[in-house]
Design a protein around this ligand. Sequence first.
Ligand SMILES: C[S@@+](CC[C@H](N)C(=O)[O-])C[C@H]1O[C@@H](n2cnc3c(N)ncnc32)[C@H](O)[C@@H]1O
Length: 293
Amino acid sequence: MSTQTTFDEHAYKADLRREWREAAPGWQRWLEVLEADCAMPELGRWLLGAVQPQPGDRILDVGTGYGEPGLTAARAVAPGGHVTLQDLSGEMLALAHDRAADADLGDVGVDIVEGDADELTLPAGRFDAVISRSVLMYLADPAASLARLRAGLRPGGRLAASTWSGPDDVTMAAPVQIIRRLLDLPAPPTGQPGLFALADPQRLHEVVTAAGFTDVELGTATAVFEFTSPAEATRFMRDCAPPVTALVENQPPEVRERVWLRVTDEAWEPYVGDDGRVRLPNLAHCVTAINPP
Ligand SMILES: C[S@@+](CC[C@H](N)C(=O)[O-])C[C@H]1O[C@@H](n2cnc3c(N)ncnc32)[C@H](O)[C@@H]1O
């Protein structure tokens, strides 16, 4: 059963900043798994397929993390285009900065902007497209924030974003139920931002429509994370998944270790192949829409 509690946005944002600051070294360490062709790029392809970036376009990537899908879009807007890589976490953006410096982007301009997408005010009509991969569900007020992002789009400009589906379809979240059971944690509160806050595609459609977008279309894409063993899958989660690690972080070290051992034993079992490798499919809901002319 889920519970309704008061939402303290200030405390939530402080936690979010700390969690992504702490996760940034992990995202650097596991970049090969995250950016494997079958993994996060599957979602990026859906988003960029919807936006169809053209040479000269100006694109904003909200919650870009290590710079995706913004840096992939940057290649498509050459020559003369521009990408703005935005994120709440300076530590995640440092990864984006390094990857942008290593990418051969020719004359494409790259801005890196640290800030809260819930507070972003953009110059009117500046961007041809706004893209965002795996971020909207963390926003405190996605409809209001999307309305502000829409104001930064030119008339006819396009939004494309993805959010994770529910726990049954996002197998990397398999540890959550195990951790809750072992630690006897209460069910998560409803109606608050988090990993599954926009897991219902109808809700995603509603927030995009409420933000004033038209021509709203939904789709899906699946990111598969591959590991050599269950132990490696658990190490990945511990390094990269703040919404999951937050569930155990206040426990004494010996309890934490016991919980992670149980996760390794139980969580990945259905996803181990004959070769011993773990393949975790994760379904995302994708949305695209237009800022009406
Ligand atoms: C799951 S990561 C996704 C990163 C990247 N877009 C990708 O797909 O690889 C979520 C990112 O959203 C950022 N984020 C969370 N809440 C945010 C907010 N309110 N404003 C801006 N960025 C936010 C986090 O700092 C983190 O880098």
